[in-house]
Design a protein around this ligand. Structure first.
Ligand code: P6P
Length: 285
């Protein structure tokens, strides 16, 4: 298993510079939409195709699932044991405004869709001023810098959320927030600083760095929220919980949730346990 996870992490690392370099000139929209009905940039499709090829080239990988694909792509000869779920370019709408984006992945021991308890490792690449990579495995989180040659050098071992929370960021239009959530946010905004950049990976990396909470709540007209449980909820929850934080869908850890459908959406919250506990209390009142 460890070798398989090493191979997946190495494949994502080596793909990152190609994704980053491929962003230039791929800011126009494709004709189609992804399975969640969201418009696809050329960069979304490019990153997805690169990752599929590199990951399915690993003998231990049996299948590749992506936010950009309707169904799981199985390795040709039926080999392998592990399945990788990826959001190839999270926050791609930030490309036109030249803001942070990322690649998110989770390695599952079994067919997809799967519960969070099937997650063996997770990670993300953050295309910011520099390219960094977060990997959560074996209960610990490591931060690395990814160089342009596709190599990775560790800069932080056993990354933990800071003791003191500092920032918060919540998605969705304010008129669409439920009253209970809006009341909770009124408390949070009197205690923390707003940091919301439109790409979950960039916003969660702020929480990992400065402490606090990020979320995309269920909305009045869309109680399931926007983000996907398998591709976004599980891996980001696994990372933040491995760094000493907590996650929730509003009621319980996202890792205790199992999607029935590959692209199932979920309300998503990650960050300091105290803020997650207060959120769950506020939403259950
Ligand atoms: P909104 C990006 O499209 C994404 O899936 C997440 O990365 C991000 O947190 C959220 O959607 C942003 O959504 O509604 O603020 O544009």
């Amino acid at each position: 298993m460890s070798d398989a996870i090493d191979a997946v992490v190495d494949a994502v690392t080596s793909t990152a510079p190609d994704v980053r370099d491929g962003l230039v000139g791929r800011r126009t929209y494709e004709a189609g939409a992804n399975p969640s009905g969201e418009r696809q940039l050329e960069a979304d499709v490019y990153a997805d195709e690169l990752l599929e090829a590199r990951l399915l080239d690993i003998d231990a990988v049996a299948g590749y699932a992506s936010e950009e694909r309707e169904s799981v792509v199985r390795a040709g000869d039926g080999r392998g044991r592990y399945f990788v779920a990826a959001d190839p370019l999270d926050g791609s709408s930030n490309l036109r405004s030249n803001n942070a984006m990322g690649t998110l992945f989770g390695v599952y021991d079994g067919a997809l869709p799967a519960g969070g308890d099937g997650l063996l490792a997770s990670g993300f690449v953050l295309y910011g001023p520099i390219t960094t990579m977060i990997v959560a495995r074996d209960g610990t989180v490591t931060e690395s810098v990814v160089d342009s040659d596709g190599s990775r050098r560790v800069v932080t071992e056993d990354l933990r959320l800071p003791e003191e929370p500092t920032v918060y960021g919540f998605g969705g239009r304010v008129p669409q927030w439920t009253d209970a959530f809006a009341d909770y946010v009124s408390e949070v905004e009197s205690e923390l600083k707003l940091r919301y950049g439109g790409a979950m990976i960039g916003d969660v990396n702020q929480v990992l760095t400065y402490g606090g909470i990020f979320g995309y709540p269920g909305l009045r007209e869309r109680p399931e929220g926007k983000l996907r449980l398998l591709f976004e909820g599980h891996p980001i929850a696994h990372i933040v919980e491995s760094a000493g934080g907590a996650s929730s869908n509003g009621e319980r850890s996202l890792l205790d949730c199992t999607p029935e459908r590959l692209h199932e959406r979920t309300p998503l919250f990650v960050g300091h346990e105290a803020y997650i506990d207060r959120l769950e209390a506020a939403l259950s009142a």
